[in-house]
Design a protein around this ligand. Structure first.
Ligand SMILES: NC(=O)C1=CN([C@@H]2O[C@H](COP(=O)(O)OP(=O)(O)OC[C@H]3O[C@@H](n4cnc5c(N)ncnc54)[C@H](OP(=O)(O)O)[C@@H]3O)[C@@H](O)[C@H]2O)[C@@H](O)CC1
Ligand SMILES: [K+]
Length: 617
C-alpha cells in the first residue's frame, strides 16, 4: 500500500521542523535521497556500474525544489560526475548554488534565445548573476548531450504547469529528442524528477503540458496524491519515497494506493466452514438478444474470481449461451426482487431490452450492494433525482460514461454543469470525487490509473469501527443511513442548486462531512483509492465486462463479511468496504492483464488469468 498525501499535508508536517530551524537539514536529507536515485539511474547507463566521468544537467527552479536539485548536484559532483545547473528562474536557492559551485560544478543562467547577455533580473544573487547566460536552444542541447537530467524546476509549491522559459526549454528539448530519434546521435539522457515532475499538481495529479516525462521520481517524506493518480502518475516513472524525518507527523491520507501485494494478501479466500452461500451469491443482470457476449464475459469472470454462486437473469437466448459456456451458473426466470443474492451486477450488454431495463432499475432501488456498469449507468444517474444511491452501489464508468452521468446530473440540477470527457481525463480524481459526492455512490473511474471515490467518512481507525457497527443497516437504505452514521449536521445543499428539498447531492455531501477536510472547503467524499499497473493491452472491448464480473464476486463476499478486507486498513471496514472491494477487483483485473506476459489479453483469456492469479501453487 502506498499512502499518498496532499501537498498541504506535507507542508503542514514540515512546518514544525522548519520552525525549529531544521529546514536546511530536511533539504539535505531530501537532496541526498535524490542523489542516490540519480546514481542509480546513471549506473543503468554504464555497464561497469560507475558514475565517475558521467555528465548531469540539473534544471533548477526558483524555490526549494531547485534547492534540492542544487544540493543533489553538489553530491553528484563530489562523486565524480560533471554537473551543470541550468538556472531557469530569476532566483535560485543560495546555499544550494554555493554548495554546487564549491564542489566544482558549474551553473548557467537560462535566457531567451537571441537576448544576448540577458541582464540578470532584479534581486538576482551575485552567484547567479555571475553565471553564464545560455539561450533556450543551447540549453536544450546541453540537456540532450548529458547522461542524466534532473528536473528540479517545480515541486509542491507549483501553481499550474510550467510557464515561460522553463516551459520553452522542455518543449525545445523534446522537439530535439524527436529529431534525434533514429539518428546516430542517441542523445537520450535518463531523466529523474525531484519530488514531482515539474508542473504536475501534487494535490490533483493534473499534468498540463509541457512536461519532462521522467524515468524515475524521487519524492520526500511521503508520496503525494499527484504520484498515484492519472495523468501525473504516468509522467513520473518509477517512484521512490525517501524518508526525511516528517513521517510521524503526517496527517490524513488523501489517496490509498492499493498495490499487487495488497490484492493478493487481502483477496478473500474461503475458510473450512464456508459454503457457497457464505462465500457470496452474485446475481447478474446482463446481456440482451443483440449483446449476449457481454453477459458471457462478465459471468465467466465472476466464476473465475471465485464467486460462491452466480444467478443469471436475462433473456432466454442469452441465458442459453451463458449456460453453454458456464454450466455452473444458476439461471433464474424470476425478477430481482424475488431472488436472494448478496450482491448484484447489472448493466453489461443490456442495451435496448425493456425487460432488462426493468431489472436494472429494480437493482438500483434494491437494498443489496451492486456493481452498476455500462448500460446501467444512465439509469443510475437518472435515479439520483430521487435520492442518493449509497456507497454500496458501485458505478464503473470510463471518462466518456462519467461525462454522460454528469450530463444527467446537470439536467436535473444536481450538478452545476455538464463535464466534458477531456476535462475528466485531465483531472480524474477530482471528477470521481465530485461524482461520488453528487450521486452518493462509490465511483470507480477506469483509466490508465483507476481511481475510486466513495462518499464515506472513514479516515481512521475509530471512525471505521463506528461505521462497522452501522454497516448492516447501512446497506438497506444507504442514502440516508450514510448521512446518519456520520452525524453531519450541516449539509451543502446550497451548492446543488436544488432549493429547499434535500437534494441527493446534499445528502451525499453531508455523509462525507464527518470525515472532514479542513479549511472550510465544501464537503467531499473522503475515501479515495487508486489502482494502477494494468497492461495497456487491457484497452479492448470486453475487458470492462470482465472487470465487472470480478467486482461483483468480491462485492458479494464483503456484503456477507463486513470486515473481510480489514487487512487493507481501518478504512476498509464498514462502509469503507465497498470502495475497498472495488479496489481489490480492479487490482485483480490489472494483475490478470499481465499474468500471461505482456501482450494481447482477449477477455476470455483474461478471465482464465483471473483464476490463475488467485491459484496458489
Ligand atoms: N519545505 C521544506 O522543508 C522542504 C521542501 N523540500 C522541497 O521543496 C519543494 C517545495 O518548495 P517550494 O515551496 O519553495 O516550492 P517549489 O515547488 O520549489 O516552487 C515554488 C516556486 O516556483 C514559482 N512558481 C510556482 N508555480 C510556478 C509555475 N507554474 N511556473 C514557474 N514558476 C512557478 C514560485 O515563484 P513565485 O511565482 O511565487 O514567485 C515559487 O518560488 C518540495 O517540492 C521539495 O522538493 C524538500 O527539500 C524537503 C524540505
Ligand atoms: K521537480
Amino acid at each position: 500500500m502506498i499512502e499518498a498525501y496532499s501537498g498541504g499535508s506535507i507542508r503542514a508536517a514540515e512546518q514544525p521542523l522548519l520552525d525549529e530551524g531544521l529546514g536546511g537539514t530536511l533539504m539535505r536529507r531530501a537532496a541526498h535521497g535524490l542523489f542516490r536515485g540519480c546514481e542509480e539511474q546513471l549506473r543503468l547507463t554504464e555497464p561497469r556500474g560507475t558514475v565517475v566521468g558521467k555528465t548531469a544537467v540539473v534544471l533548477v527552479g526558483p524555490g526549494n525544489n531547485g534547492g534540492d536539485g542544487l544540493w543533489a548536484g553538489s553530491f553528484l559532483r563530489s562523486a565524480g560526475v560533471a554537473v551543470t545547473a541550468i538556472l531557469t528562474g530569476t532566483r535560485a536557492h543560495e546555499a544550494g548554488l554555493r554548495a554546487l559551485l564549491a564542489a566544482g560544478g558549474s551553473a548557467v543562467r537560462l535566457v531567451p534565445d537571441g537576448s544576448g547577455a540577458g541582464a540578470p533580473g532584479q534581486g538576482t544573487s551575485e552567484a547567479m548573476a555571475a553565471s553564464r547566460p545560455v539561450g533556450v536552444e543551447a540549453a536544450a542541447e546541453l540537456m540532450a548531450s548529458a547522461d542524466l537530467v534532473v528536473d528540479a524546476v517545480l515541486g509542491t509549491g507549483a501553481r499550474g504547469g510550467l510557464r515561460g522559459l522553463p516551459a520553452e526549454l522542455v518543449t525545445a528539448f523534446r522537439g530535439g529528442q524527436r529529431e534525434r530519434r533514429g539518428t546516430a546521435e542517441n542523445g537520450t539522457p535518463r531523466i529523474v524528477a525531484c519530488d514531482l515532475v515539474s508542473g504536475v499538481d501534487a494535490d490533483t495529479g493534473e499534468a498540463p503540458e509541457p512536461l519532462l516525462r521522467a524515468d524515475a521520481t524521487i519524492t520526500f517524506g511521503a508520496a503525494k496524491t499527484g504520484h498515484v493518480v492519472s495523468p501525473g502518475e504516468q509522467a513520473g516513472g518509477a517512484l521512490t519515497v525517501v524518508p526525511i524525518g516528517i513521517e510521524e507527523r503526517l496527517g490524513e491520507v488523501d489517496v490509498h494506493r492499493v498495490q499487487a501485494a495488497d490484492v493478493l494478501a487481502a483477496w478473500p479466500r474461503p475458510g473450512a466452514t464456508d459454503t457457497k452461500y457464505t462465500r457470496g451469491v452474485l446475481g447478474i443482470v446482463a446481456g440482451a438478444p443483440s449483446y449476449p457476449g457481454a453477459a458471457i464475459m462478465c459471468t465467466q469472470a465472476a466464476i473465475q474470481a471465485g464467486a460462491g454462486m452466480v444467478r443469471f437473469l436475462g433473456d432466454s437466448t442469452t441465458r442459453a449461451m451463458v449456460l453453454a459456456r458456464s454450466p455452473e451458473v444458476v439461471r433464474s426466470d424470476e425478477q430481482p426482487w424475488d431472488v436472494h443474492v448478496q450482491a448484484w451486477l447489472a448493466g453489461p450488454g443490456v442495451v435496448g431490452d425493456e425487460s432488462q431495463a426493468a431489472r436494472v432499475q429494480a437493482i438500483i432501488e434494491a437494498e443489496e450492494p451492486a456493481v452498476l456498469d455500462a448500460g446501467a449507468l444512465d439509469a443510475a444517474a437518472r435515479s439520483v433525482a430521487d435520492g442518493p444511491l449509497g456507497p454500496h452501489k458501485i458505478l464503473t464508468p470510463h471518462a466518456g460514461e462519467l461525462s454522460q452521468i454528469f450530463e444527467w446530473l446537470a439536467g436535473f440540477g444536481v450538478a452545476d454543469a455538464p463535464v466534458r470527457r477531456t476535462e475528466i481525463e485531465a483531472s480524474p480524481l477530482h471528477w470521481a470525487r465530485e461524482a461520488a459526492r453528487l450521486t452518493g455512490a462509490t465511483v470507480l473511474l477506469k483509466g490508465a490509473t483507476t481511481v475510486i471515490a466513495s462518499p464515506v467518512a472513514v479516515p481512521g481507525g475509530e471512525a471505521g469501527t463506528q461505521d462497522t457497527a452501522a454497516s448492516e443497516a447501512g446497506t438497506s437504505d444507504a442514502g440516508t443511513s450514510s448521512a446518519g452514521t456520520t452525524d453531519a449536521g450541516t449539509s451543502s445543499a446550497g451548492t446543488t442548486g436544488n432549493g429547499d428539498d434535500a437534494a441527493p447531492g446534499a445528502a451525499a455531501a453531508s455523509a462525507s462531512e464527518g470525515g472532514g477536510r479542513q479549511g472550510g472547503k465544501p464537503a467531499e467524499p473522503c475515501l479515495c483509492l487508486s489502482v494502477g499497473d494494468a497492461s495497456p493491452w487491457l484497452a479492448t472491448a470486453g475487458s470492462g465486462d470482465t472487470l465487472a464480473g470480478v467486482l461483483g464476486t468480491v462485492l458479494a463476499h464483503v456484503a456477507e463479511h463486513p470486515d473481510a478486507l480489514a487487512e487493507l486498513g481501518p478504512w476498509a471496514r464498514g462502509e469503507g468496504r465497498w470502495a475497498a472491494a472495488a479496489a481489490l477487483g480492479a487490482g485483480l483485473h490489472a494483475l490478470a492483464s499481465r499474468a500471461g506476459g505482456e501482450g494481447p489479453v482477449p477477455p476470455s483469456v483474461l478471465a482464465e488469468h483471473v483464476r490463475a492469479v488467485l491459484t496458489r501453487p
